[in-house]
Design a protein around this ligand. Sequence first.
Ligand code: SAM
Length: 313
Amino acid sequence: MNEQFAKDVIEGLSKQQKELSSKYFYDDSGSRIFQEIMEMPEYYLTDSEFEILSLQAKQIIDAVNFNQPFNIIELGAGDGFKTFKLLEYLVNNNVDFHYVPIDISQGAMDDLTKKLEAKLPKLSIHPRVGDYFKILSKENVQTNIPSLLLFLGSNIGNYHEKEAVNLLQLFNDNMKKGDALLLGVDVKKNPIIVHNAYFDKHGITKRFNLNLLLRINREFDGDFKIDDFDFYCHYNPISGDLRSYIVSLRNQKVLLKKLNISFDFAYDELIWTELSKKYSHDEIENLAEHSGFKVEKHFLDCKHYFTDTLLVK
Ligand SMILES: C[S@@+](CC[C@H](N)C(=O)[O-])C[C@H]1O[C@@H](n2cnc3c(N)ncnc32)[C@H](O)[C@@H]1O
C-alpha cells in the first residue's frame, strides 16, 4: 500500500474544508487523461509552451551557455511532448548532452523512453522513476558536468506561494554552481481564456478529477460512486488562483475498506483538488528572488500567454 497516499487521503478528507492533493492525479490512467487535456484547443498552455520550445530552442541553449557535455534533467517529464522540440534541436546539432527525465509515473516514463528511442535514436537518455525531490539530490550531486533543470508545464502553479518558494529553494539547494533552471509559468491574462481552458466543455478535466476517486477506490477498496460527484472550477483574476473542486451531488457516506475508515459528504459539499496559479511578471521576479535565483531571461510565446523563464543561481 502507498502509505503516504493513504495518510494524505485520510488527512485531507478529515478537514473541515475537504481536500485531495493534485499530485495524486497522475496514476497511469490519470497521466493518459492529462495527455487528452493537453490536446484540447482551449488548453492554451501546451500550444504556448510548445511554440516557445520549438521556435526558441537555440536562444534558450545560447542563453544557458554551458560547456559540453551537460545534463538536461527534467522534473515531472510526463509525456515529454514539448521537451521533444528542445531535444530534437540539440541532437540535430550534434550537441553532447544527456537527458534525464524524472517522473513518478512508471507508465509515463516507459512511453516517453520508447517514443524517444524511436524518434531520436542518437539521444543519450537515462530515465528515472520516482519522486523528483529524492532523485534530484542523488542525480545532480553525483555529476560534475553542468545541468539544466526543466520544470515545465506550469507545474509550479500547483503550489501555494510559500510552497512554491520552498520547492524552488530545494531545487536551488540541489543545484551546482553554474547550473540553470528553466521554469514554465502560466502568465495572468484575460480571465475568460483561463476559465475556458479548465472548465472545458468536453468534460475531460472533470474526468481527470474524478479519476482520483477511482484511484482511491482501487487502491483502498473504496466505494465512491462516481456519478454522485461532479466537477467545478473557479478563476480569481486578481490573485491568479484557479481552484478546482469535486462536488458531492448528494448526502452520502463513502467507505475505504482497506483503511478501515468512512467519510460523510453533504449535499453540495466540495473537495478542493487543485490550485493552478497564474503569475504576473513581477510575481515571477519575487518568486525567483525569494528562492535564491536571478531571472536571466523570459522566453515568451507570441501571444504572451506563457513564459519559460531561465533562472540562474
Ligand atoms: C502537470 S504534468 C506536466 C508534465 C510535463 N512536464 C508537461 O509540461 O507537459 C506533471 C507531471 O509531473 C509528475 N509528477 C508530479 N509530482 C511528482 C513528483 N513529486 N515527482 C516526480 N514526478 C512528479 C506527474 O506524474 C506528471 O507527469
